[in-house]
Design a protein around this ligand. Structure first.
Ligand code: HEM
Length: 391
């Protein structure tokens, strides 16, 4: 019933309406005497780890590992990722930092106007590998190579950014994640969104889940991606990231193309014609309630926390010598691991969902590398990433 895109505007409006209290209640100071607004005790850039969170994280990891083991019994190999399983391709790129950035943005890899080599993995968010027409969020994971390590002179490290094509996540906190995966493990994932006994609902999560999966996507280079979770921007400041096509795409293209892998085919067509670029933007946190750190399901509205371009990502044109569509490159794309915790300290992940993800991604990545008999390490540079002998 709800798979008609005509529902989308109505659901978007419903989500915006549910978010109104967070926007307007901070404007009414006397209310704070009666209503404790979430996150109002926190400073800008400050995170808060609730008691018992570590135990919940361990329990979520156990549930996910167990499910993954069941889905990949001995003999079913290679063991793939637990989420974002279908890779459309890993494309090599350059990330060029803007010159003359204001000082409040010049932290971590944005500190100097330099150029980094990068590899971007484009993926469908859901777990089973399905035709691209099926509802799913989409993701892009960016790995920068040869980033100078501020702690060790002459050492180079990698830096990851993980983004998806919706501003918020349907799971906002570690407690939400625990409840969600428990419902899923009990075979009743829909009970997380609404259940009569005991009576409970996660209406916002239901709307976010619907909107983030159902919005039709024709071309992965025509959409924007959001980090959803916050990261440090130097000490005492926080930000989120947005990746936005440099050229505004033409909207409204009607029916989705045919072919199970039309998204990869479209990537290939675009890169055969020319290189493709995205603006990389940083959205600074300006208010602890309106732009919370501890709830990834709350949008940091762009009219309240305006994003600023800090870099350009240029995807390389289709390379006939080492095409991103070749089986070898697809295998490299399976091997590579991304993690929100792979960052310079000035861009460290913040908030409960990132604390959870840091641990989960590591565990699942270790598990799949072990199952596939593959050494798990970071590639050092683009040649290393594509080489048959390298990493
Ligand atoms: C409850 C919350 C979440 C959980 C439990 C979770 C879990 C995972 C796991 C286990 C993987 C596979 C990691 C690997 O094997 O290398 C993954 C991949 C990924 N996740 Fe999440 N995730 C969550 C939220 C998010 C959020 C908030 C974003 C960002 C907007 C995100 C973006 C991605 C992307 C882009 C990938 C693919 C990385 C790649 O290409 O290798 N996830 N996630």
């Amino acid at each position: 019933m709800f798979d008609d895109p005509r529902w989308l505007p109505l659901f978007r409006l419903a989500l915006r309406t549910l978010d109104l209290p967070r926007r307007y209640l901070p404007e009414v100071p006397w209310l704070s005497e009666f209503v404790a607004l979430p996150d109002s005790q926190l400073e800008i850039g400050q995170e808060f780890e609730p008691p018992g969170e570590r135990e919940l994280i361990h329990k979520v990891i156990e549930v996910l590992e167990e499910r993954h083991r069941r889905e990949y019994p001995a003999g079913v190999r290679p063991m793939l990722r637990d989420f974002h399983t279908k890779a459309h391709g890993c494309v090599l790129a350059k990330l060029k930092i803007e010159p003359d950035l204001p000082s409040e943005y010049r932290y971590g890899v944005f500190a100097n106007p330099v150029e980094y080599d990068a590899v971007l993995r484009f993926s469908n968010g859901q777990r089973p590998i399905q035709a691209d027409q099926m509802p799913t969020p989409h993701g892009v994971a960016i790995k920068l190579f040869e980033v100078p390590d501020p702690a060790r002179p002459n050492h180079r490290v990698t830096q990851d950014f993980l983004l998806a094509d919706f501003p918020v996540n349907l799971i906002g906190t570690v407690a939400d994640a625990f409840e969600f995966y428990q419902a899923e493990a009990a075979g009743k994932p829909q009970a997380y969104f609404i259940s009569p006994l005991p009576l409970r609902h996660h209406l916002r999560a239901g709307l976010i889940g619907y909107l983030s999966a159902e919005t039709p996507v024709h071309d992965l280079f025509d959409i924007s991606y959001f980090s959803q979770t916050p990261y440090k921007l130097g000490a005492g400041n926080a930000c989120k990231y947005i990746l936005r096509p440099t050229i505004t795409p033409t909207p409204n293209r009607g029916q989705l193309p045919a072919g199970d892998n039309y998204l990869r085919e479209q990537m290939q067509r675009r890169l055969l014609a020319s290189s493709v670029s995205f603006d990389f933007l940083v959205q600074r946190q300006l208010h602890p309630v309106r732009q919370p750190i501890e709830d990834a399901s709350v949008e940091w509205r762009e009219d309240e926390a305006p994003p600023r371009k800090v870099a350009t990502v240029v995807l390389e044109r289709y390379d006939f010598e080492r095409p991103f569509t070749s089986p070898w490159r697809q295998w490299c794309c399976e091997r590579i691991s991304y993690n929100p915790g792979t960052t310079l300290p000035d861009s460290a992940p913040l908030g409960g969902l990132n604390r959870l993800r840091h641990a989960v991604y590591d565990q699942i990545s270790i598990m799949r590398h072990r199952a596939n008999g593959v050494i798990r390490r970071e590639p050092n540079n683009p040649d290393d990433f594509v080489s048959k002998t390298g990493w």
